[in-house]
Design a protein around this ligand. Structure first.
Ligand code: ACM
Length: 691
């Protein structure tokens, strides 16, 4: 009997998932049942809240109403929520039990129900309720006569408690407005930790009242005042987002040492670093003044950042200046510290004591995990195959050793990889051999936006929409892993992020106008749709080494990962290779014509040095398009024609102006098909079928 019941429920759930798959929710809820009917949005839409003590709810409901009326054009009569006693039978009723704490393992669950006549949200905390409001907005749909919320029942909660985004504001400073709009976007996809990488070789971005030289000499004037920090922390808190600050020490410390060379391990002159990479300047761990300055700084930070955790970095310290310093070497001998790792652990433990005095817990990149490091520290796993280790190996090791831990390897969005690669990385794959207790120590993960190559102009297009898919990995059940469906929903989420001021779509045109000097940008826009910025930190490989003040306003900055037309072209090529009928041939020819025609338009632009750098790429794309078109029209291809295509492919394979041609592999497939056809003089499959 039990078995029969189980079967019945399985079929029922699968059927519902099938229907609900058409919804554009991201992250996908834990449990969703589509029902019949819809709640139509009308001017009399009202919100009633059972409790009136949450600023978060006040703000979230007001923003909800603005966004709803902005999307629908409905002139909603009441622009603010009512308390439940003030409104009879509200359209949307919100009930929560208490104010949520911004802390690990807080309850963020909610239940959302939509029927023809009523919408209700129930949650333990106000944080759960604001997540529900985001889900509700994602449910909004329309037909030709109205906007409506489909009838649905959702029970939702996060899979992981730590769903973070790290933004590096040291390599390139990001003003408060950039952070705020990205906090809004994080909240829209239910992310709850903003890891603020505030210091590095290229800048120290915190106003310090105890040691003002830190920001005065270490930031080029680009730092956050303490009031601004409080403003960002409050903005995040209003959206249910914790803020974890990072001061990266003892390496990555050139900016600190520019201000206080007396705490360096090497007696030399320090200036703020302008390049990207790993550098030698390192704090002196045996100098009491080091701890005095850091102690004062962490004391100040404790008053600015309410979160339990402070991130002390700790990554990529090669200890070269420690090796060169005789006093440090003598100290190590005297204290039985055999390796630089031991010395760094000595340093880390001192920092942990300082933080504990300020009521804070320490976290750091995985290098801090050494035999002597207490398990009270949280380990941030980041290394992977590029660093010669298995993905997430430190994460598993940390959980086994008793540390809380989070994963960033696999979520390095600055590597400019397709979102599908990040999406399928699971912080807790079921292939691991962890006990339940060990699994519980894996708190989640963080996407990392290192900012060597991003400025306020292009950062949003590097962050979004890919971060939304990572947010889903952190929130949704592990079984939610259909890549095609993710891409479909992501396109919708991407467009809706614009409502929050995210510039990932619009700034492409801003950059193209800059490049063309305000001439028509359409021809270049077409090219951006098949070009992607070069991946895995190879932007410097072209011979130009970018400095922090180099231009990030160029063609590569207008291009994004997952170039839009590369998907449609891939599909067209695959269809054609399966069957060479007229419509499949026409679909490909359409792309070739587009590239040929737009190159002609590009040629008509008044040239300038930037456009000249793009010309060879466009010219070669147009040439290969013409060559392919001729090849398709010609039953008996000559060897020369095929060689011409092959030659152009060789050229197009190489990155130009810091972009890869995203359709290269599909062009290559077409070429291989033609070569094969020519050598065997095969009869096209469609003709075979007809015979
Ligand atoms: C890191 O990527 N160096 C943490």
């Amino acid at each position: 009997m039990k078995k029969i019941l189980f079967l019945f429920f399985s079929v029922f759930t699968i059927t519902c998932f099938g229907q609900s798959k058409s919804l554009n929710l991201m992250p996908w809820p834990q449990k969703i049942t589509l029902e019949t009917g819809e709640f139509i949005v009308k001017p009399d839409f009202t919100i009633g809240v059972n409790n009136s003590n949450s600023e978060r709810i006040d703000l979230a409901t007001t923003n909800f109403l603005r966004r709803l009326s902005g999307r629908t054009g409905v002139f909603i009569d009441n622009g603010f929520a009512f308390s439940a006693s003030e409104v009879e039978n509200p359209s949307l009723e919100i009930a929560y039990q208490r104010i949520g704490k911004l802390a690990v393992n807080e309850d963020e669950s909610y239940v959302l129900k939509v029927s023809n006549s009523k919408i209700s949200i129930e949650a333990t905390t106000d944080i759960g309720a604001i997540h529900a409001l985001e889900t509700l907005l994602q449910l909004l749909n329309n037909n030709d006569s109205s906007y409506y919320f489909p009838a649905v029942s959702i029970q939702d909660f996060p899979r992981f408690t730590w769903r973070g985004l790290m933004i590096d504001v040291a390599r390139h400073f990001q003003p408060v407005e950039v952070l705020k709009r990205n906090l809004d976007a994080m909240s829209a996809v239910k992310m709850n930790v903003f890891h603020w990488h505030l210091t590095d070789d290229q800048g120290f971005r915190i106003e310090s009242k105890t040691h003002p030289k830190l920001h005065q000499l270490g930031s080029d004037g680009l730092y956050y005042t303490q009031n601004q920090i409080k403003e960002v922390v409050k903005y995040a808190s209003d959206r249910g987002i914790r803020v974890v600050p990072e001061v990266d020490v003892p390496g990555h410390a050139t900016a600190i040492l520019t201000a206080y060379p007396e705490i360096a391990s090497k007696d030399t002159v320090y200036t703020i670093e302008r390049f990207s990479g790993i550098f030698d300047p390192t704090l002196n761990p045996i100098n009491p003044k080091t701890y005095e300055i850091l102690g004062d700084l962490f004391g100040e930070m404790a008053t600015l950042f309410p979160d339990q955790y402070v991130h002390i970095g700790g990554d990529e310290n090669e200890g070269k200046h420690w090796d060169e310093n005789e006093e440090i070497q003598a100290f190590m001998k005297q204290h039985g510290l055999e390796t630089n790792h031991d010395l760094q652990t000595y340093f880390n433990i001192k920092l942990e004591e300082i933080l504990a005095k300020n009521g804070k817990s320490l976290m750091g990149w995985e290098e801090i995990m050494t035999d002597k490091m207490p398990t009270s520290a949280l380990i941030h796993s980041w290394k992977g195959v590029n660093e010669g280790v298995e993905l997430g190996s430190s994460l598993i090791a940390a959980a086994k050793k008793g540390y809380y831990t989070i994963l960033s390897n696999g979520f390095y969005i600055d590597l400019m990889q397709p979102v599908s690669e990040h999406y399928l990385v699971d912080p807790l794959p079921n292939t691991n051999n962890l006990t339940a207790e060990e699994k519980a120590r894996i708190l989640g993960g963080e996407a990392t936006m290192w900012s060597e190559l991003v400025t306020p102009l292009n950062i949003d297009s590097r962050l979004w929409p890919r971060t939304a898919a990572i947010a889903e990995r952190f929130w949704s059940d592990a079984s939610v892993n259909d890549v095609e469906n993710m891409y479909k929903r992501l396109a919708y989420v991407n467009f809706r992020l614009e409502e929050l001021g995210i510039t990932q779509i619009r700034n492409r045109d801003v950059i193209l106008r800059n490049i063309t000097n305000n001439q028509p940008t359409e021809s270049l826009e077409v090219l951006t749709k098949v070009c992607e910025p070069v991946k895995i930190y190879s932007r410097n490989a072209g011979g130009t080494e970018y400095k922090t003040f180099s231009p990030f306003t160029l063609f590569a900055d207008a291009c994004t990962v997952d170039a839009a037309d590369s998907f449609t072209f891939k599909k067209a090529v695959n269809n054609f290779l399966t069957e060479q009928n007229a419509s499949n041939t026409e679909a490909i020819t359409h792309f070739f014509d587009t590239w040929i025609v737009n190159y002609e338009a590009f040629k008509n632009l008044k040239k300038n040095p930037i456009l000249n750098t793009i010309d060879p790429l466009y010219r070669n794309l147009a040439s290969i398009s013409t060559a392919f078109k001729n090849a398709f029209q010609n039953e008996n291809l000559s060897k020369e024609q095929l060689q011409k295509i092959g030659g152009l492919l060789q050229v197009l394979k190489e990155p130009v102006v810091d972009v890869d041609l995203a359709v290269y592999h599909d062009l290559q497939k077409l070429h291989a098909f033609l070569v094969d056809k020519n050598s065997r003089k095969i009869t096209p499959k469609s003709k075979k079928i007809k015979q």
